[in-house]
Design a protein around this ligand. Structure first.
Ligand code: GDP
Length: 373
């Protein structure tokens, strides 16, 4: 469920689509007519009118027109509950097991290290955490381990959101990652979220390598009720992004979210393609600072981290989206990602539905992780 104010709830606009082989030819099309999206695709809170919730008045006021985000007050109960649920497996495997180690008179630190490794914190990093926690002796071993884990998470500015270029124009989010990690689903969820915040969102179907990827992105554009620019399969992804920027500028869209191909990261042509997209963005919107979000599947653990490092080296990531946190007991990968890449996790996926995307808040995450088992 979205935790937004009722006044933001409105019927999503009918998604529109630009099919073009030549850049910018068919971008200028009529304004979309407001129309309801398919009922099954609507976020629950939109489909069913919410009864006035007394608790709502006690929640921290979000920024005008905005959903809750990290650094702007404590997360509302819905977010805390969603983190709780999404982290159930990891909490059981990591914190549940740690607590049984800490229950005895003497802490078996080797067992603590093994527990951290099993939760995918990574072998070398788990050793470091244990060494530092042992020296800490602040309160109790659990608090020491918790503090050391929390210290691995990078600092982030409150209220982060993608920024538009200095000279104006839409903010750009490039979504990169290996196929199957949840890239398309994440783009759909992000689109729905930004739309709910009051933004005008446009998707760019930049994964032209797979025809199915274009079709799937259309389905998500439809669900989220946002516009999409797509070319034919095998078209130049750079041309898709260029056209999407043109269309966004013409229509006053303020966020463009671009899908990209996700063939194996070891293929240098994929990295070349991403670099080319970056150059095209610079050409069309000089001074744009696109967010490059890497989608990583939490169930792939350290393997996913190796992929992230390769992408970071090649194209420079500005953020990470960790998907399928609900399906794994290895959520400790969050600590490894932030520590190793020094890039913040921006969102986590906790399910397959359109609203199963949470803004990542280090404090809410650690609180949920070390909650009641
Ligand atoms: P892509 O190939 O990277 O675009 O991946 P998709 O977006 O098609 O997702 C692959 C599969 O992962 C689909 O079955 C999604 O429903 C599923 N998926 C994506 N995100 C999540 C998540 O956060 N939790 C769960 N449980 N499944 C997810």
């Amino acid at each position: 469920m979205f935790w937004r104010r009722k006044k933001d709830e409105e019927a999503p606009a009918e998604p529109t689509e630009v099919e073009a082989d030549e850049p910018a030819v068919e971008s200028a099309e009529p304004e979309p007519e407001p129309a309801a999206v398919e009922p099954e695709a609507q976020p629950e809170s939109v489909a069913a009118p919410e009864p006035p919730a007394p608790a709502e008045a006690e929640q921290p006021a979000p920024r005008p027109g905005a959903l809750w985000g990290p650094g702007i007050g404590p997360p509302p109960p819905e977010v805390a509950a969603a983190f709780d649920l999404g982290l159930a497996r990891t909490r059981g495997a990591l914190v549940g097991r740690l607590r049984s180690v800490f229950r005895g008179d003497q802490t078996d630190w080797d067992e603590v290290e093994e527990t951290l490794i099993a939760a995918d914190v990574g072998a070398a990093l788990s050793m470091e955490v244990v060494e530092r926690a042992r020296k800490r002796r602040d309160e109790d071993p659990e608090t020491d381990v918790r503090s050391e884990l929390q210290a691995l998470l990078v600092d982030r500015a409150p209220g982060w959101e993608p920024q538009s270029a200095a000279g104006g124009g839409p903010a750009i989010v490039l979504v990169v990652g290996v196929n199957g990690t949840g890239k398309t689903t994440t783009i759909g969820k992000l689109a729905a979220r930004y739309k709910a915040e009051g933004h005008r969102v446009l998707l760019a179907a930049g994964d032209t390598f797979r025809a199915a990827a274009i079709d799937q992105l259309r389905v998500w554009a439809d669900r989220a009720g946002v516009e999409i620019v797509a070319h034919k399969p095998d078209a130049d992804p750079g041309a898709v992004v260029y056209d999407a920027l043109d269309a966004a500028i013409a229509r006053g869209a303020d966020i463009v979210i671009a899908d990209t191909a996700g063939r194996l990261h070891t293929k240098s042509n994929l990295m070349d393609e991403l670099s080319k997209i970056r150059r095209i963005i610079d050409k069309r919107l000089p001074g744009a600072a696109p967010e490059t979000l890497f989608v990583i599947d939490a169930t792939t653990g350290q393997n996913g981290l190796a992929q992230a490092k390769a992408f970071n080296d090649a194209v420079g990531l500005t953020g990470v989206v960790l998907t399928k946190l609900d399906s794994t007991a290895k959520g400790g990968i969050v600590f490894a990602i932030e520590h190793e890449l020094e890039v913040p996790v921006r969102f986590v996926g906790v399910g397959e539905k359109i609203d199963d995307l949470l803004p990542f808040d280090p404090e809410a995450f650690v609180n949920a992780l070390f909650g009641e088992v």
